[in-house]
Design a binder for this molecule. Structure first.
Ligand code: NAD
Length: 254
């Protein structure tokens, strides 16, 4: 018996590093998981990585910042497995690494659209299809609670999710749906490696080494460590937590 037995979970950004690691842990605990991503190739690869879970895992290609495609992935999940227990709004993009005075406006708009509008849409269309007592987890970042130079769009978007999470959490207490924010620090994966390559190019430093020296635990996270916090927030283990910010950052915010 697992702590997620028969729970229906949606993971956006489900073909990515944190998405797949979280799916693996939720599936191992008995969940049924719908992976949502805009990359069909990566979804196929994720499904292959998780094939030991058979029919308990499925996928749908969707741009999560688009209204019709959001309604589409919610409906496909409900048609397959009925109501949703866990909505993990996790898809995100980094944008560019430039000072605010040089930051491209189209990139700023795209980052806000993918990182903020997608979570708004997931809540707007997902909540009516959720079981009472369900859990919503929204992925922010260490830069959801701290500023950072050079990543103005990403930092703004991840801060915006704090307000979204808190307001939605207060709207759905009568249904005992819990809404929490997950704030990872730097993870050892290609998303963060790209951020660090960009930052290193802009600043002429080794950004990976710089992060490792700044993080009190002196290393990046493994995706599985972030997934552990996702499992906690998805399961009844966190039944008295809502409207909260959960750091998984190696102490960076201490
Ligand atoms: P990742 O790039 O491996 O995963 C992100 C996934 O989101 C990708 O599979 C991508 O295809 C998908 N995606 C992007 N735009 C989309 C869209 N419009 N519609 C549907 N899918 C879309 O990176 P990750 O590290 O797994 O990131 C997951 C989340 O964690 C992101 O929100 C990211 O901002 C956040 N985060 C990551 C780190 C880190 O160090 N990697 C740190 C803090 C927060």
């Amino acid at each position: 018996m697992g702590v997620m037995d028969n729970k229906v979970c949606i993971i956006t950004g489900g073909a990515g590093s944190i998405g797949v690691a979280s799916a693996g842990l939720l599936l191992k605990e008995g969940a049924r998981v719908m992976l949502v991503d805009n990359s069909r190739d990566n979804l196929n690869k994720a499904a292959d990585d998780l094939k030991e879970y058979g029919d308990s895992v499925a996928s749908v290609k969707a741009d999560v910042s688009d209204t019709e495609q959001t309604i589409g992935y919610i409906n496909q999940t409900v048609e397959k497995w009925e109501k949703i227990d866990v909505l993990f709004s996790n898809a995100g993009i980094h944008g560019a690494n430039k000072p605010v005075t040089e930051f491209p406006e189209d990139v700023f708009d795209e980052v806000i659209k993918v990182n903020v509008r997608s979570s708004f849409l997931a809540c707007k269309y997902g909540i009516p299809q959720m079981h009472d007592g369900g859990s919503i987890i929204i992925t922010s970042s260490i830069v959801g609670v701290k500023g950072a130079p050079g990543v103005i769009a990403y930092t703004t978007s991840k801060h915006a999710l704090v307000g979204l999470m808190r307001s939605v959490a207060l709207e759905v207490t009568s249904r005992n749906i819990r809404v929490n924010l997950l704030c990872p620090g730097p993870v050892n994966n290609s998303f963060q490696a790209d951020v660090e390559t960009d930052a290193g190019r802009e600043t002429g430093t080794d950004a990976t080494a710089m992060f490792n020296s700044m993080i009190p635990l002196k290393r990046h996270a493994r995706p599985e460590e972030i997934a552990g916090t996702v499992l906690f927030l998805a399961s009844d283990q966190s039944s008295f937590s809502t409207g909260s910010i959960f750091m998984a950052d190696g102490g960076l915010n201490a």
